[in-house]
Design a binder for this molecule. Structure first.
Ligand code: ASP
Length: 578
């Protein structure tokens, strides 16, 4: 179709050029002798001006039209448009297709509810902001292909109809028609396959991989999502992280022209939890957790003498009355983050204030003020418990919540770090036994193998996460490559010989034929895109996402299927639960 230029790319350099444009009518204003049309295409919007000597067909919003005309400099530039210095004076306008009145406003500032946007996603996608997010996503993928190709990685696809992969979520199952009663599982990640590719001698693998996890959805989770999946042979942890830092540097540079400083900081899991109350610390602001047990054990508050952990955070500049609301909210917030046993002190006119001060004599007060380096208008939130993790994670969540409420995070700043030395196992709340913190193929640190039998929860793993602005943007590990060790870990996780054989027999067998030491990582493509396009809603960076109920309001999936299909698969649906 005839088109000379893209609308959003026209500029002052094109003045006097004859152009033929295509696009959608974003807006039409009729001023009698002049009609203005905002013409939108995938690159942006340009204003078309139609004088009364040009025949104008009946056009309405979202009609698809072709415009022939001349680019002219505008007397008064429109600062709101990238192309605002110019306009296109129309000579001829042709309607290519009509449109009904749309059920939502197609503009970056739409007031449509999210479910309406998802139901009419093809209209929502016309909004420039949505296109820009998809472009960010595509640029990330392009940078990944370029970088990994330059570093001798081979892109390999792995099956979607596959077997259960243990990433800790529920599987999506697909019934087999040919093998009644048997099911494929959709991959939670290509984990098993990428390790088999290493055994297969590929050495450097990557894939932009679709993953499927049936778990409760959140602002940063979808049932089907995409990983940048990487596996390498013969690299140690340092080599692998350095290679990945190069990748991250290229992504940030190519996509948002931001230079990240290398090497990235590496922080142990233990330090992250202790000082930031999180295994994915947002380090763009300070407000660290400070241990005050050594001071408060001397208060006259008896409970504090017995508690093993007493920590606090200091929030600056909010003790004055204008921010009372923020303090009042604390109660609610603390409850939400299951922070039991906390108290608040204010520092006003160089004095500690609050009911808790009755337990603090002058010395204790002074030590506290000195240690916390308090300045006027600070508030101190102190939490204590015998459960170390509850105090850390509770205060950590409050820390982030305060930073957001008080606007402590500068926009367009990025902070990246590796969190390393994760525990190999964690206590399972459901079974009381242990589960893998990462997945069961993660190698224990050499130095900690000796604790595997006596104190498994103490064992640290060769596992690492890349954390960007408080998001876990990716994670991976050194893998076990010794058959006996793999068997031992399965056993510690409570799998019987029979289970191991049934679920992972082929995998364990493969280890017998010369398995190279290997390690890998996977990035959440959506989370990276969220960070780089400044949204905290994962659905904004997926063309056709599902809502929080795991439903696609556009296609209405999941749906019931025809009886014939069920019969063919040999399935009977029980309507009631269990
Ligand atoms: N498969 C892992 C995950 O999805 C990543 C990895 O260990 O490479 O989290």
């Amino acid at each position: 179709m005839e088109r000379s230029n893209y609308n959003g790319l026209l500029s002052i350099k094109d003045v006097n050029k004859e152009v033929t444009l295509l696009g959608w009518v974003a807006k039409k204003r009729n001023l009698g002798s002049l009609v203005f049309i905002d013409l939108r295409d995938t690159t942006g919007i340009v204003q078309v001006t139609v004088r009364d000597d040009v025949k104008i067909p009946d056009i309405r919003n979202e009609y698809v039209i072709q415009v022939k005309g001349t680019v002219a400099k505008k007397d008064v530039p429109n600062k709101a448009l990238k192309t605002g210095e110019i306009e296109v004076v129309a000579k001829e306008i042709k309607v290519i297709n009509k449109a009904e009145t749309t059920p939502m406003i197609i503009d970056d500032n739409t007031d449509a509810l999210e479910d309406t946007r998802l139901k009419y996603r093809y209209l929502d996608l016309r909004r420039p902001i949505m296109q820009s997010r998809l472009k960010t996503r595509a640029k990330i993928v392009k940078a990944v292909h370029e970088y990994l190709d330059e570093h001798n990685f081979l892109e390999v696809e792995t099956p979607i109809l596959t077997l259960s992969t243990p990433e800790g979520a529920r599987d999506y199952l697909v019934p087999s028609r040919l093998h009644r009663g048997c099911f494929y599982a959709l991959p939670q990640s290509p984990q098993v396959y990428k390790q088999l590719l290493m055994i297969g001698g590929i050495e450097r693998y990557y894939q932009i991989a679709k993953c499927f996890r049936d778990e409760d959805l959140r602002a940063d989770r979808q049932p089907d999502f995409t990983q940048i999946d990487i596996e390498t042979s013969f690299l140690d942890q340092d080599e692998l992280l350095t290679l990945n830092e190069g990748l991250l540097h290229k992504i940030f540079k190519d996509v948002i022209n931001y230079d990240i400083k290398l090497p990235l900081r590496r922080m142990s899991y233990a330090e992250a939890v202790d000082t930031y109350g999180s295994d994915k610390p947002d380090t763009r602001f300070d407000m660290k957790l400070i241990d005050v047990k050594d001071i408060l054990k001397d208060s006259t508050f008896n409970a504090f003498k017995e508690l093993s952990t007493i920590k606090c955070i200091v929030v600056h500049g909010i003790a004055n009355s204008t921010s009372r609301k923020v303090i009042d909210n604390l109660q609610l917030e603390a409850k939400k983050f299951s922070l039991k046993g906390y108290t608040v002190l204010k520092f006003i006119n160089n004095k500690l204030d609050g009911s808790f001060t009755k337990f603090l004599d002058e010395n204790v007060s002074k030590s506290l003020i000195d240690k916390l380096k308090l300045v006027n208008d600070d508030i101190v939130i102190i939490a204590g418990s015998n459960e170390y993790r509850d105090v850390c994670f509770g205060l950590g969540a409050l820390r982030v919540s305060y930073a957001n409420t008080l606007g402590l995070i500068k926009p367009n700043t990025y902070d990246l770090l590796w969190v390393v030395d994760f525990p190999l196992f964690e206590k399972s709340k459901e079974t009381g036994g242990i589960t893998s913190s990462h997945h069961p193929f993660t190698r224990p640190l050499e130095s900690d193998v000796k604790y595997l039998d006596s104190d498994p929860l103490k064992v640290k793993a060769g596992a690492y996460d890349i954390v960007i602005n408080g998001y876990e943007a990716g994670g991976g590990s050194l893998r076990i490559y010794d058959q006996d060790m793999q068997r031992k870990i399965f056993k510690l996780l409570g799998l019987s010989d029979e289970d191991i054989k049934r679920k992972f027999g082929f995998f364990i067998d493969a280890f017998n034929y010369g398995t190279p030491p290997h390690a890998g990582i996977a990035y959440g493509l959506e989370r990276l895109t969220m960070v780089l396009s400044g949204t905290n809603n994962i659905r904004d960076v997926i063309a056709f996402p599902k809502n929080l109920a795991a439903v696609c309001p556009m296609s209405n999936s999941p749906r019931e299927v025809d009886q014939d299909q069920l019969d063919e698969l040999g399935l009977i649906i029980k309507k009631e639960n269990k």
